[in-house]
Write a protein that binds this ligand. Structure first.
Ligand code: COA
Ligand code: AMP
Length: 629
């Protein structure tokens, strides 16, 4: 049996023993005696009687162990030209003061704090400060519009909201504060306090009653100690797109998460404790939570916070420059970032300008790593390039090539095998196992390993109905795929109405709600169509209300504006096409999959349930004309 196989089987057959041993590697205030139990909802919970603090594990513990002078955080911002570093001691001290300033604003254990910030060090400090207090942070990605922020504020009911005066995208300065003001105005829930990091590029006007300047509070703040919390207490809520307009608040607990982070850093990424880990993502996404902030710091590594892009900040050598300058051991980003680099530097000339001697591996996730991108990155960097598959819900990789256990040969298009702790199975509609190489629902056998969500924030029914009830004993991932004869997993894409744009997960259902609310639109469908750079882009098909006389270009620009305003620029909704009707089943269900296949010029089979097959050829003609026009 291979080393991987042994570890996988042990975790599968003796999960409690396996995870109890992994938990031993953390510095608990009170070690858990119970490893796995069930909560009042009959959901498996890890380490229920363990007492700990995530900020302690990420900062104080390392200082206590004499590693206080090691670099914890490197901030590199081509967006502003700023660079700064914190050692563990300095970061602990700053985080303790931020915790103190939140405590002075009344934040205590279990309170929520919404963080809507660009990629600046204060965002990392704010997250760790919440963890220190046992408060629950909810970071909202800066590319979301006020409406999205408002929805999250209403659901999380934060006592405090932390923001910055602006973000910087390429050279564009984006004021955040007006978006925060609008979100709070539109939200039924009002945070008591708003704390603003003032950036010189565009300082914000502060509302004296409610807002405060981060720097002023920070200077007057007293450091706050780590508050002991139960392993099962929530560390954060992170909202992610579901199939409806309302995002789901994925809840992450403290203890299971810390154990999973620690294990993944060595088993998956094979990171030495004194290594430099760089997740080129954003703290607004789960990758940023797990591998910019918590994973590397809990492991004692140096982490990099990069406020820039893979290209044009200032050139396609940006990633390689950072890897060289900070001696990065492991780089992690989304395939779309490398497609952007490849587009601007097809021959890899910028790669050769830098030394990648220290770089051990490049990991990718967020979307399927397409074989041409895999091949290009491999051949130009001569490094192992690893696809690994995970979701906001799990918080860490479900499958991958665990370099720290046993590297396995890479198969293009596959995210290799299940990470020990996960049991991945392919099921058909009836919940029966699919034979080898047959596509089906990718499901995870319960119990899910530590770190995975135990519920949806204040909506446990949604957790049950969205993930658990379809196949008893399993969690459904929402992805389709198959396992081949060697046990390799191939994720083929979502089987629901979620699309993936530049590694960002978005709901077409939500876009449909926005497009459908336009007064001229009778009905609509939004599908994700193939895009060379971003993987997918949304395309809206709209049927006009009878008698509507409106210039279609005007309509398209209004719809684009509406999606941008209500969901955000990040939705990348740039195309809407007027059609006579939408292909539907006899029961009235829109055939989104076929629409997508037609839009992508793929072969498709006419579903037997179709109401009128002629609707498909009509659609083909319309889209064909649109393309050639
Ligand atoms: N705050 C405000 N606006 C933001 C934002 C943020 N944090 N992030 C993105 N936006 C805006 C962009 O400015 C852009 O606006 P525009 O339509 O006015 O130009 C829009 O949202 C779309 O952004 P994006 O899809 O990122 O496209 P881009 O052209 O700006 O950049 C890439 C393309 C490929 C370079 C970029 O998507 C990238 O670096 N991707 C890496 C993937 C990644 O980090 N994934 C996270 C999961 S690992
Ligand atoms: P998010 O929750 O934003 O991380 O998005 C999770 C979704 O992104 C998954 O359900 C998949 O659809 C997709 N995804 C993430 N990583 C991969 C991968 N390595 N291969 C294929 N799809 C992926």
């Amino acid at each position: 049996m291979s080393t991987y196989e042994r570890e996988y089987q042990f975790a599968k057959n003796h999960p409690e023993q396996f995870w109890a041993a992994k938990a031993e590697q953390l510095d608990w205030f009170q070690k858990p005696e119970t490893i796995l139990s069930r909560d009042e909802n009959q959901i498996e919970r890890w380490f229920p009687d363990g007492i700990m603090n995530t900020s302690w594990l990420a900062l104080d513990y390392h200082c206590q162990q004499g590693r206080g002078e090691r670099t914890a955080l490197i901030y590199d911002s081509p967006a502003t030209g700023a660079r700064k570093q914190w050692c563990y001691r300095e970061l602990r001290d700053d985080v303790a003061k931020v915790a103190g300033m939140l405590a002075a604003r009344g934040v205590t254990q279990g309170d929520r704090v919404v963080i809507y910030m660009p990629m600046i060090p204060e965002a990392v400090m704010a997250m760790l400060a919440c963890a220190r207090l046992g408060a629950i942070h909810s970071v909202v990605f800066g590319g979301f519009a006020p409406n999205e922020l408002a929805v999250r504020i209403e659901d999380a009911e934060p006592k405090v909201l932390i923001t910055a005066s602006c973000g910087i995208e390429f050279s564009k300065v984006i004021p955040y504060k007006p978006m925060v003001d609008k979100a709070i105005m539109d939200s039924r829930w009002k945070p008591e306090h708003v704390i603003v990091v003032q950036r010189p590029e565009s300082p914000a006007l502060l509302n004296k009653e409610r807002d405060a300047d981060w720097q002023v509070l920070f200077e007057g703040a007293l450091p706050h100690e780590c508050v002991p919390v139960r392993a099962t207490d929530p560390l954060y809520i992170l909202y992610t797109s579901g199939t409806t307009g309302k995002p789901k608040g994925v809840v992450r607990d403290n203890g299971g998460h810390a154990v999973a982070m620690k294990y993944s850093m060595s088993a998956i990424y094979h990171m030495p404790q004194d290594g430099v880990f760089w997740a080129a993502s954003d703290v607004g996404w789960v990758v940023g939570h797990s591998y910019i902030v918590y994973g590397p710091l809990i492991h004692g590594c140096t982490t990099i916070l990069y406020e820039g892009k893979p290209v044009r900040t200032p050139d396609p050598g940006a990633f390689w420059r950072v890897c060289d300058e900070y001696q990065v051991d492991v780089l992690f980003s989304a395939p779309t970032a490398f497609r952007a680099i490849k587009k601007e530097d097809p021959q890899g000339e910028f790669i050769r300008r830098y030394s990648l001697e220290r770089l051990q591996a490049i990991f990718m996730a967020g979307e399927r790593l397409d074989p041409p991108t895999l091949e290009w990155v491999q051949s130009h960097t001569h490094k192992p390039v690893i696809d690994h598959w995970w979701q906001t819900e799990t918080g860490w990789a479900i499958s991958g090539n665990p370099l720290g256990i046993e590297p396995m040969p890479v198969k293009p298009g596959s995210s290799t095998k299940a990470t020990p702790g996960y049991v991945v199975e392919i099921l058909d509609e009836q919940g029966q196992h699919q034979p080898c190489c047959q596509q089906g629902y990718v499901a995870l056998k319960r119990p899910l390993p530590p770190g995975c969500l135990p519920t949806v924030w204040r909506n446990h029914d949604r957790f049950e109905s969205g993930y658990l009830s379809q196949f008893p004993g399993y969690y459904v991932s929402g992805d389709g795929g198959y396992i081949d004869e060697d046990g390799y997993l191939f994720i083929m894409g979502r089987i629901d109405d979620v699309i993936n744009v530049a590694g960002h997960r978005l709901s077409t259902g939500e876009m449909e709600e926005v497009v459908g609310s336009h007064p001229a639109v009778a009905e609509c469908a939004v599908v994700g169509i193939h895009d060379e750079l971003k993987g997918q882009l949304p395309l809206g098909l709209v049927v006009l209300k009878n008698g509507t006389k409106m210039d279609i270009h005007q309509l398209e620009s209004e719809l684009i504006g509406q999606v941008r305003e209500q969901i955000g620029a990040i939705a990348c909704f740039h195309h809407a096409v007027v059609v006579e009707r939408l292909p539907k089943t006899r029961s009235g269900k829109i055939l989104r999959r076929v629409i997508r296949q037609i839009a992508d010029g793929e072969n498709y089979t006419v579903p037997s349930t179709i109401d009128d097959p002629a609707s498909l050829s009509e659609l083909e003609n319309t889209l064909h004309h649109q393309k050639s026009g």
